[in-house]
Design a protein around this ligand. Structure first.
Ligand SMILES: [Zn+2]
Length: 316
């Protein structure tokens, strides 16, 4: 009998549930449904069941041909039981995801944090392919990280490793949701960059930021990068400060873990060289030369697919 090689990867986000059939790190087919977390967890699970069935039907695959289902969730997971202990975006507390899905589909299920799954995806078939010591960060509304140490996801004692966004880079900085001041997330997330942009729009009449906004579109980090590239001194300052804080936080990680690669994903990473050039400068400035000489800092390659591919990769 041929060993089942195909796996299903599910990436449960606050907005969408992405589900795909994966073979050898490649997505053969994928689909996406709205999460509608506010309608309760039964509704979310019904959408997950539906998404899995759609993937099977559309690829003419039976569940018996599947080696297992991997799931990434935006929260803290008990790796022994597959219970999601806390996922604020889904309004979940102690949800036995592994048990529910194994009962439904009768195949092995592995559940992990979504940032961990995305990091694994990038290492399996993205920017970090073949690398063993990788820090993969995502800069979006918040800032998260997945750590691959010696080829394996590092979970920590209670599954909470990777809370990189709460690295403190300025003890007198803005108050964070976590209760501390000056967490990286309050200074360098897309949300933080946009807030600084809003201040510029209100206070600096000589800024060209207003000319970079498409009419009817909300202000995003993208527009601030654009204005900076066009020479706006206020936006340049925001980007430089953001990269300095991010570089400082990453340098601490480099000194602690000696990774071979830092992968940066999420919306803000799409700024390209405008982000990576100053970021690399500050990482090198603050970290030990003996460690940063073997380090590369690269953009993520798989985008949203990293979550699906990594989730599937959780199945051994
Ligand atoms: Zn914090």
């Amino acid at each position: 009998m041929e060993l089942a090689k195909k796996r299903i990867g599910i990436d449960i986000g606050g907005t969408n549930i992405a589900c795909g059939l994966v073979e050898e790190g490649q997505i053969l087919y994928k689909t996406s449904l709205a999460t509608n977390a506010s309608e309760g967890k039964e509704s979310v699970f019904n959408s997950i069941f539906k998404a899995v069935q759609m993937v099977l039907d559309n690829t003419e695959t039976t569940i018996k041909q599947i080696a297992g289902i991997g799931v990434g969730v935006p929260g803290m997971v008990d790796m022994d039981t597959g219970v999601v202990k806390l996922a604020p975006n889904l309004y979940w507390e102690y949800v036995p995801v592994k048990e529910i899905l194994e009962k439904k589909f009768k195949v092995p299920v592995v559940v992990d944090n979504d940032a961990n799954a995305a990091a694994l995806g990038e290492v399996l078939s993205g920017a970090g392919k073949g690398n063993k010591d990788v820090v993969c960060i995502t800069i979006g509304t918040g800032i998260g990280a997945g750590l691959i140490i010696n080829g394996k996801i590092h979970h920590g004692k209670s599954g909470g490793a990777g809370e990189f966004g709460h690295t403190i880079v300025n003890e007198k900085g803005p108050l964070c949701n976590c209760g501390s001041r000056g967490c990286l997330e309050t200074l360098t997330s897309a949300t933080a960059i946009v807030n600084k942009g809003k201040d510029i729009l209100q206070q600096e009449s000589d800024s060209i930021l207003k000319d970079c906004i498409v009419e009817g579109q909300p202000l995003g980090a993208k527009e601030i990068f654009l204005a900076a590239q066009k020479g706006d001194k206020w936006c340049k300052e925001v980007i430089e400060e953001s990269c300095k804080h991010l570089g400082m936080a990453l340098a601490n990680v480099v000194n602690l873990l000696n990774p071979e690669q830092i992968i940066v994903g999420g919306g803000v990473s799409q700024a390209g060289e405008a982000l990576f050039r100053p970021l690399k400068k500050w990482v090198n400035y603050y970290s030990l030369d003996i460690l940063n000489k073997d380090l590369s800092v690269d953009p993520a390659e798989l985008g949203n697919d990293a979550g699906i591919i990594g989730a599937a990769g959780l199945i051994k």
